[in-house]
Write a protein that binds this ligand. Structure first.
Ligand code: PXL
Length: 276
């Protein structure tokens, strides 16, 4: 069985980060190992939350794994709490990267032109350095703009603008950059992903109809399903399609459930799609 490692926080309630990544990657038939970077009572979109930092555990866990000769087919990072965590995880990448596995970095730090609470430009610059060591990165337009120091453009941009951002992201040192939440001029009714493989020079885009509602946690659902799909097949374009379709289905299931929570998507109801 393939084994993936995912490194992100546990938000005890909130349907994001590890509570999303574990079930989704497992649904691909992939053993899912974790390093929790922090334990929060909920994610940070709630008004009141606790935060227990686990930065000091990361190196201890990594050192113990080295003694046990543990290895991974995939390493996927999501929400990280501090610049210090980023530098520790850069070292962990060097330790566990092999010629056969891949590193997926979701540089979680913001949306809709704004950084999430607790993040600043310095954090975005450190995240850009972490991306250098990744095979695949999946920023949204906000995260890409902060990492590249380019102005955030919410709408009205064309595909050339997206291609230019993708080239600049790959210039950070990453092999494949994927921009998420893309809706260019002429496709305003659609939302999708646009990817650039800097080794082959190929672009790939995949869109679905834009849904009337958006929800917290869809980025984590997308990145987790992309991790599962890439671990089980090295077809990037097929994996991106699976991840987009699973994310759209999760949103549809949420909308169908009239009693859905405000804080996350009902990806649980969409899991049977991955088991097919
Ligand atoms: O969904 C990304 C995420 C993960 N973890 C925590 C968050 C967020 C987004 O707000 O606050 C703690």
């Amino acid at each position: 069985m393939k084994r993936a490692l995912t490194i992100q926080d546990i938000s005890c309630v909130g349907k994001c980060s590890l509570t999303v990544a574990l079930p989704i990657i497992s649904a691909f038939g992939v053993e899912t190992s974790v390093i929790p970077t922090a334990v929060l009572s909920t994610h940070t979109a709630f008004k009141n939350f606790t935060f227990c930092d686990l930065t000091d555990e990361i190196e201890k866990i990594s050192n113990a794994w080295q003694k046990e000769n543990i290895s991974f087919d995939a390493i996927y990072t999501g929400y990280l709490g501090s610049s210090k965590q980023i530098s520790i995880i850069s070292e962990l990448f060097k330790t566990f990267k092999t010629k056969d596995n891949f590193i997926l970095v979701d540089p979680v730090m913001g949306d809709n032109g704004k950084l999430y609470s607790g993040f600043d430009q310095t954090f975005a610059d450190e995240m850009a350095l972490l991306c250098k060591n990744a095979d695949v990165i999946v920023p949204n337009l906000t995260e890409a703009s902060f990492m590249l120091h380019t102005p955030y453009i919410a709408s009205g941009y064309d595909e050339e603008y997206i291609k230019d951002l993708l080239k600049k992201l790959c210039a950070l040192g990453v092999k494949t950059a994927v921009l998420t939440g893309v809706s260019p001029k002429g496709k305003e009714n659609l939302l999708g992903v646009y990817a650039f493989n800097s080794e082959t020079g190929e672009y790939f885009s995949y869109y679905r109809e834009k849904l009337p509602e958006s929800f917290h946690g869809t980025g984590d659902v997308f990145a987790s399903s992309l991790c599962g799909a890439l671990t089980t097949s090295n077809d990037l374009y097929g994996a991106l399609k699976t991840a987009v379709d699973f994310t759209v289905l999760s949103i549809q299931k949420t909308v169908e459930n009239k009693n859905h929570n405000w804080y996350g998507v009902d990806f649980e109801s969409a899991l049977p799609y991955l088991l097919k």
